[in-house]
Design a protein around this ligand. Structure first.
Ligand SMILES: [Zn+2]
Length: 492
């Protein structure tokens, strides 16, 4: 057998289109670029075999031979991964049920939920191949799992190579996407939980690259001085008396908090929307549309009647609405020139770049998806609220550096909302609108591109920076630069 050079050892064009979205996952966590000691981009063009910083599953016999591991293979629908010294995470193909929403005034028929089966085969549904790792002594286990009655390591590192017995890049990308549905989303029945696993793997790969003389470029997830972000989102589903509205805006003025208000077209109070916008809050769209024409009409009408062009959209789930339609709505939002939409039923914790998948390809969209909202309202009854749950969950999301999004209908449970806010640890938490969070996330990390030449990084931001950003190089060429607001590019 001839001696292969490093260059010939690059990964072949991967048959799994989801792998192409891997770089987006790294940017979600603020890792903008990663090159090996020769300056080669190890994210876009991962090497294989000896010296590769990351060997992703399914591992082929040559990889296994090179690093000296053996595997025990099995298949399963859902992989519960235990991070060493950490929590459980879950990998699976996301699956959800759909059910039509009744028209307004119609007696609801109790249709059973139906599991969505996407017609496009780009949405995987089969079992996941798991390879339990039989490791040489130099390896440290990062995560374990149990599959087919066998327990063992499934992700490990020897400091130079991170080895995964799961197709991690594809599964993590898929965890951030949602199939299109013509009938309203109802509930997830298989939901990935991956935040801590993403952090663990991203950090381990970066460490492996740096240990081998490479270089990484990172930025902070939140604007300087902030450790997490909180958005208060109001879905304006019933007309809210003006004194109530003013009371909330006063509370927010005292707290220094900018909130997001999502308006429907069928009960729009233009004077209320204008008052909210004039107080420095965001007016956004709460869609009921069932097709793209209706959606674009809502955007135009909202702008015509309030003077505000919505930068994002959330979906109304009540009677008379088409509901949340997954990828369809993401594409409509892009075509309406919006900056953000939503992904329901997952807990990504940090804003990330939307993906669309069709015809065998996975394509990044110029759209930010914030973390999923947590509703304080369960029903409209006085005791129909989730204050107790949110008093635990929101501080936990903030402690992890995440984006907590609390949703409330402004005509109900305002006392509970105020109680929640008063009790939250909000030191160094960015109190921002969904549009603020989307704009910052896109500009500072999600929408940008990095390149590495002659030992220096050049980073082009996704859009002019709305706040100063700090960029850090670790490993070769280590350094730090503070980039002022308004900049579009920096060299470090
Ligand atoms: Zn609603």
């Amino acid at each position: 057998m001839s001696q292969r050079t490093r260059a010939e050892h690059h990964e072949p064009a991967h048959p799994d289109p989801w792998v192409s979205a891997w770089a987006l996952l790294l940017r979600k966590h603020g890792l903008l670029g990663l090159v090996d000691a020769s300056g080669a981009d190890v994210v876009r063009h991962p090497s294989k075999g000896a010296g590769a910083p990351f060997l992703d599953g399914p591992l082929d016999p040559r990889d296994m031979h090179t690093v000296g591991i053996q595997t025990q293979d099995a298949e399963t629908e859902q992989v519960d991964v235990r991070l060493v010294d950490g929590p459980w995470n879950r990998l699976c193909h996301p699956r959800f049920t759909v059910r039509p929403i009744p028209r307004r005034g119609e007696v609801p028929t109790q249709l059973d939920p139906v599991v969505l089966e996407p017609s496009d085969p780009v949405w995987p549904s089969g079992p996941i191949r798991v390879q339990l790792l039989d490791l040489p002594e130099r390896f440290t286990t990062l995560a374990t799992t149990t599959v087919a009655g066998q327990f063992g390591p499934v992700i490990a590192t020897d400091g130079r190579t991170v080895v995964s017995g799961l197709p991690l890049r594809a599964l993590l990308a898929e965890a951030h996407a949602i199939a299109p549905t013509a009938t309203s989303y109802l509930n997830h029945i298989a939901v990935p939980k991956t935040y801590e696993l993403e952090q663990l793997v991203v950090n381990a790969i970066e460490s492996a690259v740096l240990a081998a003389g490479g270089s990484s470029l990172r930025t902070d997830v939140w604007p300087s001085g902030h450790r997490a972000a909180l958005t208060i989102r109001h879905d304006y589903d019933r007309v809210c008396p003006e004194p109530v509205l003013r009371g909330l805006l006063d509370t927010y003025a005292n707290a220094g908090l900018a909130s997001t208000w999502c308006f429907r077209l069928d009960n729009l109070e233009p004077a209320h929307a204008q008052m909210i916008a004039a107080s420095g809050h965001e007016v956004s769209l709460h869609t009921t549309a069932g097709d793209e024409d209706a959606f674009l009409t809502e955007v135009q009408e909202l702008e015509r009647r309030t003077g505000v062009r919505p930068l994002g959209v959330t979906a109304h789930g009540g009677a008379g609405s088409a509901g949340y339609l997954g990828q369809h709505q993401l594409l409509w939002a892009v075509r309406a020139g919006m900056r953000y939409a939503e992904l329901l039923g997952r807990t990504p914790l940090l804003p990330f770049q939307a993906l669309s998948a069709a015809d065998g390809a996975v394509t990044p969209l110029p759209l930010v998806l914030p973390n999923v909202h947590s509703s304080i309202d369960l029903t409209t009854k006085p005791d129909g609220h989730r204050l107790g749950d949110l008093q635990k969950q929101v501080p936990a999301d903030l402690a992890q550096g995440g984006h907590a999004v609390v949703m409330n209908h402004p005509d109900i449970h305002r006392d509970e909302l105020r109680t929640l806010l008063a009790g939250l640890p909000l030191d160094h938490v960015w109190l921002a609108t969904l549009a603020d969070v989307a704009e910052w996330s896109w500009a500072s990390r999600l929408g940008g591109t990095s390149s590495h030449h002659n030992g220096r990084w050049t980073h082009r931001f996704g859009s002019p920076l709305p706040h100063p950003a700090v960029l850090r190089v670790a490993g070769a060429g280590a350094g730090e630069v503070r980039v002022p607001a308004g900049e579009t590019e920096t060299v470090i």
